[in-house]
Design a binder for this molecule. Structure first.
Ligand code: DQA
Length: 143
């Protein structure tokens, strides 16, 4: 099984960025732990601060036998183009958020991409990504 984690803008700064919200661990550190936890799964990772970069990546892998965990960062709340990209591909996408966006500013309460995704996981810190993998593992036994 292959999982691709796609992180959007500012998520390259995890560990340094607002640690009271996003924690003190870098994503690279967390990714290593995740790979150790699931040695049977190939976990690839892509991060971009550019909306078009995220869309290009979704197009590139979207017709492969892969499962996508997408934390689109702030583009979650603005990007119809990301919604369309997710709709355009055959690979399933789960929307991920580290923080509970519904406990935060009202501009974070709406997602442009949720309706295009198979589900949403938010508010569990970095563990949101692991929960996404668990959801895909469950789903892959039904595929
Ligand atoms: C985020 C929540 C977004 O509102 C924010 O813009 C992010 C991170 C999260 O993982 O909690 O950059 O997606």
């Amino acid at each position: 099984m292959k999982v691709l984690i796609i992180n959007g803008p500012n998520l390259n700064l995890l560990g340094k960025r607002e640690p009271e919200i996003y924690g003190g661990k870098s994503f690279e550190e967390y990714l290593q732990e995740l790979r150790e936890l699931y040695p049977q799964i190939t976990i690839d990772y892509y991060q971009s601060n550019v909306e078009g970069g995220l869309i290009n990546k979704i197009h590139e892998v979207g017709f492969e036998d892969t499962y996508i965990l997408l934390n689109a960062g702030a583009y979650t709340h603005t990007s119809i183009a990301l919604h369309d990209a997710i709709k355009a591909i055959s690979a399933p996408v789960i929307e991920i958020h580290i923080s509970n966006v519904h406990q935060r500013e009202s501009f974070r309460h709406h997602s442009m991409i949720s309706a295009a995704c198979v589900g949403v996981i938010c508010g569990f810190g970095l563990d949101s990504y692991r929960l996404g993998i668990e959801a895909f593992l469950q789903r892959s036994t039904q595929d």
